[in-house]
Design a protein around this ligand. Structure first.
Ligand code: PLP
Length: 407
């Protein structure tokens, strides 16, 4: 039998050192060494009894912080009901949640899934089905923007602008490309015959906390409308109250055709949602998409509670007021420290560009009792629980100021 001459593969990099306790886990995360065992308000506690002010909120998931009494009650009530029923049958919590999201947004129909990447994968499929009915199979391309993060599955990875995440997994899904974030370039790529959808984060989170200008979003809306291209907004990180309105698009005075949600939607339980207009919904038939777990009664019951809390005008006013104050504090702190090149953000979603590597500052902050997450090599992300008060945030800011000082 002929043997194939295969090039010698490069040696695999040694896996990250695992402690004996995490040796059975796939080493795909650069985990901090401490083990988290509890939380209260905006603090997390490790197994050694140390408390940390949490400016990560489970990466924009734990909007209500830790140990919220109302959320605990909703969880217990949901646990007394049905946990799972196939989507072959109706259940009330998912129907109520969908009706609530429809009532509070641009959308007419909702599909539930289990994560952000899954929501975007579904949105891309819906866009392709809609576009095929409009313009035939040639109209299938999906355009994403420079700096975008839409997930790590095959379709979403192709729309995620991080070479280090993409390269090892090529070939990625075809018909998806990334273009520069300027109107002229986008206009040149939005060919009505070939393009199904433009996908945009109104605030790019992982890509460095870049708040897209409301005027730019309005131009994108006008352009997509004129070219019969769907505007898909990924509000997985910036939606559900984080920018101070229930949805970030409200601040630009536009409405998308499709929007994806996840992260805080079910208070820490896995849930994603795809919201669509009636026009997009009309393209989808039974069998076109599905999910075993999506929108199950347990998770949807909890999400009903969370969405009500995050829609509360008092909560949104708190995020706007306290978020504006937080931005002012961060700008002053940046000036005092001399360690920060730029401060960007809105509401409870801020980014600080640092001279030093973000990883070094994240590690120092952790040692001092503050949890931070980066958004790129030289950007710190500040995404506290939305319930945080000025007093609680001030404690974290004091630690941040210390952590910005090089030893
Ligand atoms: N889209 C955005 C804007 C995100 O911030 C994320 C996660 O960080 C995702 C998609 C992917 O979500 P998930 O990790 O739930 O798949």
């Amino acid at each position: 039998m002929a043997t194939l001459a295969m090039p010698t593969p490069a040696p695999a990099p040694a896996p990250a050192a695992a402690t004996s306790a995490d040796a059975a886990l796939l080493p795909v995360y650069r985990r901090a060494p401490m083990e988290m065992v509890g939380g209260r308000g905006i603090e997390l506690f490790d197994a050694d009894g140390r408390a940390y002010v949490d400016f990560t909120a489970g990466i924009a998931v734990n909007a209500l912080g830790y140990g919220d009494a109302g959320l605990q009650a909703a969880l217990h009530a949901a646990a007394d009901g049905l946990l799972h029923v196939s989507n072959l049958f109706r259940t009330e919590p998912g129907e109520t949640l969908a009706a609530k999201l429809v009532e509070r947004s641009f959308a007419d129909r909702v599909f539930f899934c289990n994560s952000g990447a899954e929501a975007n994968e579904g949105a891309f499929k819906f866009a392709r089905k809609w576009a095929r009915l409009q313009g035939g199979p040639a109209k299938h391309e999906i355009i994403a923007l420079r700096g975008a993060f839409h997930g790590r599955l095959f379709g979403t990875l192709a729309a995620t602008d991080r070479p280090s995440y993409r390269v090892p997994f090529r070939p990625l899904a075809g018909g998806i490309s990334i273009v520069e974030r300027d109107l002229e370039t986008i206009a040149a790529h939005l060919d009505a015959e070939r393009v199904a959808a433009l996908v945009v984060e109104p605030v790019q989170g992982e890509g460095g906390v870049r708040v897209l200008d409301p005027g730019f979003l309005r131009e994108l809306r006008a352009l997509t409308q004129a070219r019969s291209v769907l505007l898909v907004l990924d509000e997985i990180q910036c939606g559900l109250g984080r920018t101070g309105t229930l949805f970030a698009y409200e601040q630009a005075g536009i409405e998308p055709d499709v929007m994806t949600l996840a992260k805080p939607l079910a208070g820490g339980l896995p849930m994603g949602a795809i919201l669509v207009t009636a026009d997009v919904a009309a393209a989808m038939q039974p069998g076109d998409h599905g999910s075993t777990f999506g929108g199950g009664p347990f998770v949807a019951s909890v999400a009903n509670y969370v969405v009500d809390r995050l829609s509360d005008p008092a909560m949104l006013a708190h995020v706007r007021d306290t978020g504006g104050w937080l931005g002012g504090e961060l700008r002053e702190l940046a000036q005092r420290s001399g360690a920060v090149r730029a401060v960007r953000g809105v509401g409870f979603l801020w980014g600080l560009d640092t001279h030093e590597s973000a990883g070094a500052i994240v590690a120092r902050a952790r040692d001092l009792g503050l949890l931070l997450v980066s958004a790129g090599d030289h950007t710190l992300r500040i995404i506290p629980p939305l319930v945080a008060t000025r007093e609680e945030l001030s404690r974290g800011l004091a630690i941040l100021e210390q952590a910005l000082r090089r030893p």
